[in-house]
Design a protein around this ligand. Structure first.
Ligand SMILES: [Zn+2]
Length: 176
């Protein structure tokens, strides 16, 4: 097997593409939703490879849009939320933070210091950048939902919930 990760991934895709079935066209789904008035759901979750909403939520293929970033922070996901809603109305946003999250391993200052060291070109041109460190996921998930709800157009039109996944038990707890 190749030690090159990209080559490895391409090789795996080559195998899998042999049995690939194309999904329904996006445009058809959007049209259908427009006619029935059905609204979409978007899950905001962490980029951690161990945290896969498809699995711990038992999602069906194509059921929810999923936006993942470091920590599942909503300030980072807002562009995708707005874009998804522009394409086809969204009705529910579920924000999920989790225990043992990488974003709790460093403080905001440590993220900032390390970035200054490793990527001075970025840090130098982005003073005061929000790296999104998490101290307590039960608090940040509430703050992140409140951030979304601070926009009345989102708060009035959508159900916005904040959950924390306990990575030790696999259970979700709703905080807001
Ligand atoms: Zn995480």
């Amino acid at each position: 097997m190749s030690t090159d990760k990209v080559a490895d991934l391409l090789e795996r895709n080559k195998e899998l593409s042999k049995s690939y079935k194309r999904p329904p066209l996006l445009g058809e789904g959007l049209e259908k939703r427009k006619k029935t008035g059905a609204k979409g759901t978007v899950i905001i979750s962490c980029a951690d490879p161990r945290i896969t909403p498809e699995h711990f939520l038992g999602l069906n293929f194509g059921e929810c849009a999923i936006v993942r970033n470091g920590g599942g922070r909503t300030s980072d996901a807002i562009r995708s939320i707005l874009d998804l809603d522009a394409l086809g109305a969204m009705g529910t946003i579920v924000v999920i933070h989790h225990t043992d999250c990488g974003m709790t391993y460093l403080t905001e200052k440590e993220f900032s210091d390390r970035t200054e060291e490793k990527h001075p070109d970025f840090a130098g041109t982005h003073p005061g950048f929000d790296y999104g460190a998490i101290h307590d996921p039960e608090k940040t998930v509430v703050a992140d939902v409140e951030y979304l709800k601070s926009f009345p157009s989102l708060a009035e039109k959508m159900t916005i919930a904040g959950l924390v996944l306990d990575t030790f038990t696999g259970e979700l707890k709703r905080l807001i």
